[in-house]
Design a protein around this ligand. Sequence first.
Ligand SMILES: [Mg+2]
Length: 441
Amino acid sequence: MAKDLSKIAKQKKIKYFLISFVDLFGVLRSKLVPAEAIKEMQKNGAGFAGFATWLDMSPADTDMFAIPDPESLIQLPWKKEIGWLASDLWMNGKPVEASPRVMLKNQIKKLSKDNMVIKSGVECEFFLINPEGTAIADSRDTQSKPCYDQSALMRQYDLIKEICDSMLKMGWGPYQNDHEDANGQFEMNWNYTDSLNTADRHVFFKFMVKTIAEKNNLRATFMPKPFENLTGNGCHAHISLWRNDKNLFLDKGDKLGLTRLAYNFLGGVLNSAEALSAFFNPTINSYRRIDAPTTMSGATWSPSKISYTGNNRTHMIRVPDSGRFELRLMDGSANPYLLQAGIIAAGIDGMKKKRDPGQPLFVNMYTDGDNYPNIKKLPSDLEEALENLSNNEVLLSAFGEKNITSYLKLKEKEIKYFNNKDKFSKKDPITVWEKLNTLDC
Ligand SMILES: [Mg+2]
């Protein structure tokens, strides 16, 4: 029996609900609904015109309905009278298959048939910048190696504390906050959990960080590369596969601590990496972060090639510890649902086909990567990533050709629009279009 939101509203003194969904471009959209109307909305959903969002729909289509998932309810820590809800999109009595949360749930369902669950944690890096988006917020944050800078971290203590306190209250299990490798850049970590929960929290985290930054007269950006000379915003994920209480990736006898199943899963991710890039690095700006020139701190911390290793951050996949791996391809503009869905789809393929990832490579890829010309490179721009997605049988069959076509159609339109106004080159400065369209991703 699903939780009764109307009753919960009375118990928790919730006056309004935000019935939210994320479209294919990762934009968070909502209706603000008074508690008096939530009973009806919980049953039938809040109505939206699909064409008005980044979903492949026409203005002539009937209404789509966002039906809230009561399990996702979060009382806004900074305004308790509002309850936030993630929802699934429905149209004509059926789920909207080409919508991100539904796409993720469909992949989760496939794993659940074998009683398996992906657990994952995400590391969402962000910058604190001025409201105009022209510079980092803290003009004294100028060290050439600013990572873990205590003074720069503590100058933002009030803001970081408010976000971390919120995560503590919500029960996310936050455990560390730091200044990252770029001036003005931060990261806050909370516990891993099942992939749907992590995706919902990822969506809420971005909303929360942006909102609390605004309250402090600042702006937070998850843009993959807001400043050419600084390290970009990654969104690494740590992945393990579970059946009940057993981690199916853990083999303490193996040199990296992984089971054969984990290697096969990883083999699937390596095999589809170029296509996955269309989901994981979905903006034009994303490709300034991948295979980027060295930054002021001395390293980009982002991958250039499709390789894996042990505890070494210069590869696309790092195995930092036994029983899990870290995928470092994703950036701050990745859609939280497609991020998880893409990993699961590629991993299922790897396990099914018993894909062999080959031997791990224990070299510094930044200095020695060129000595391995047979290792495939990541796409160099969004167009190339989309091209790879359109030819990738694994993802086409996992998500359905029609749904992938919808995604490609919208993204190709975006590129066309950009190309009419500007030209993308990693050698040129970040364009005004990128800033206008990606700063608030
Ligand atoms: Mg980081």
